[in-house]
Design a protein around this ligand. Sequence first.
Ligand SMILES: Cc1cc2nc3c(=O)[nH]c(=O)nc-3n(C[C@H](O)[C@H](O)[C@H](O)COP(=O)(O)OP(=O)(O)OC[C@H]3O[C@@H](n4cnc5c(N)ncnc54)[C@H](O)[C@@H]3O)c2cc1C
Length: 508
Amino acid sequence: MATPSAPSSSLPPLSSTEHQPPLPPQQSSSSSSALSPPSSILVIGSGVFGLTTAYALSRRHDFANTTITVVDRADPSNPDVFPAPDAASVDTSRIIRADYPDAAYAALAAEAQLQWRQQTHPDDLGSEGRYSESGLLLVADGPAPSLGTPVVTGTTVIDKSKLTGMDYARFSWANVLSIASSDPELAARIKECPNTEAIKAALGTGGSSGSWGYINGLSGWANAGASIAWLYKRVRAEGRINFVAGEVTNLEVSGNTVTGARLSDGRVLSADLVMVSAGAWTGRLVDLTGQAIATGQVLGYIDLTPEEEAQLAHMPVILNLSSGLFVIPPKNGVLKIARHAYGYLNPTTLFTPPLGSSVTASAAAISLPLTTLSDPILQIPTEGADDLRRALHEMVPLPSLRDRPFSKTRICWYSDTPTADFIIDYHPEYKGLFVATGDSGHAFKFMPVIGEKIADVIAGQCPPEFVGKWNWRYPAGDAAIKAVITEDGSRGGIPGLILSTELGRAVN
Ligand SMILES: Cc1cc2nc3c(=O)[nH]c(=O)nc-3n(C[C@H](O)[C@H](O)[C@H](O)COP(=O)(O)OP(=O)(O)OC[C@H]3O[C@@H](n4cnc5c(N)ncnc54)[C@H](O)[C@@H]3O)c2cc1C
């Protein structure tokens, strides 16, 4: 079977430095718009966005004299925990796919997949169970398309706000076929599932979901917690970055220049450039009204017997883009079921409004994450638990699992934008402030490549295919006051559910 290999122009791999000679630091590309490196950078948040950016900057010649500090609100009793266990970048699994309707994200994900697939040495990113190429069955509900493969070219502009789940699936199919088209063996691993029976056969659990879809044998899933720990270990080993455990309460400002960040224990960390990459918590520090909002997503884990795990060992990941429901194949006796939805909002009143907010302290209520770190008995609402149970019955209908309780549940938080595009840009009003957030529930797969791209933007070189997608956008008119709803065709559930209301109905 053919294995995709890295093109000669690929970025330095995020692979082991122990069995290869150390890689030379990268030069940023130069052009008239290149910016000169600051003498110090403070990165707030050590998730995928923050940690990979700090790492990428630390390897660049032109940032060789820049002091790089990463601060994360890790467990104070365990300052070695980066990122925090309730961060989006920490979980048993994340889907690794190039299946995107937007060709730019599809190509970037395909570039990342080359590194996820590195499994030659135990220290390679994809080794030791960090990456499994199980295949991904992408399906949607509704009338099955009769038009064949949609034509997508590099210049096709898709209005993401108009996409249905079926559109998302069909355009993704076109993009992954296009990426694999140069190698017939790779292209053969992507197969259309034109009806329920074909979906059932591809799933192999006895269940089915959706009316049309395709299976992509080139996609899979990663152990997110183990992968970010793998990266953190490498970054620490280089000794180039200072790590600080602490919770940032606000940004320090002088006039219209951000000069650092204040921590909850009173310490102040000063820097020439502050990058806020605090995931779904970013809106607490920088006003993102109309641009991004924290939404809570439900997950459930079910313990399996060894026999049940063996029965499901060869199932692919399945994701229904109309319901948002998905199941990750079992590992270590645990099956994970989740929902990629509009999510729950958690309106929270802030006594210190975020930087750039035009409202007074008492009126500054924004959606912020609520997790078991601050509420140890937090469970998922019945509405979400019922939907996860529906996914189990539909996608993995083993009779023995039908009523088995979840061994664990979790609410995990996205920073959602209207189009699911990331926000990676300098703040237009405050000097010395850069923001990397708006992950919209799909950034983990980019771990091997996103730091280099963010570093490019910091250096004034936004990749051309993401110009107009990653930039800071001031919402105008109604959009400035309306809650953000992500309309990229991939979400299930109901928009605008309030977490406290749903929890008040009953808990599971
Ligand atoms: C349920 C779920 C399923 C997902 N599935 C997939 C998937 O299948 N495939 C995929 O590619 N992606 C997936 N994602 C998305 C992916 O996990 C995220 O896009 C990515 O991890 C976001 O990284 P981040 O760095 O923006 O945020 P985070 O990982 O949340 O990191 C933010 C960091 O900032 C720190 N922080 C916050 N506030 C402060 C503060 N005030 N002071 C100091 N530190 C602070 C936090 O402790 C945290 O470590 C999923 C996400 C969720 C929640």
